[in-house]
Design a binder for this molecule. Structure first.
Ligand SMILES: [Cu+2]
Length: 105
């Protein structure tokens, strides 16, 4: 996971400043055995976050005072992140399941 993050950061740093034409992307988080993976991702405003639930029971990606994405067993759900900042989310059914989205402008 560290390696993957490092690669992502390297890719971001390699972009020329002011390129400004980056297309919105879809970033995938899998849910396996009661855990979000990767637990922390780096997105840009306008990106779509998609959670793929591989477990046989339901989860959610819930932000206090924000969005809640239902993740039925073996299904996926998504949300578009519009605002820069750090978003912490958890699963409503298993509050010890936690994830974070770092959103760049
Ligand atoms: Cu859950």
């Amino acid at each position: 996971m560290l390696t993957r993050r490092h690669l992502l950061m390297t890719a971001v740093l390699a972009l020329p400043l002011g390129a400004g034409t980056a297309r919105a992307q879809t970033l995938r988080v899998t849910v396996d055995k009661m855990a979000f993976s990767p637990a922390e991702i780096e997105a840009k405003a306008g990106d779509t976050i998609e959670w793929v639930n591989n477990d046989a029971f339901a989860h959610t990606a819930t932000v206090k005072g924000g969005f809640e994405v239902m993740l039925p067993p073996k299904k996926s759900g998504s949300v578009v992140v519009e605002k820069a900042g750090t978003v912490d989310y958890y699963c409503r059914f298993h509050p010890n399941m936690k994830g974070r989205i770092k959103i760049a402008p």
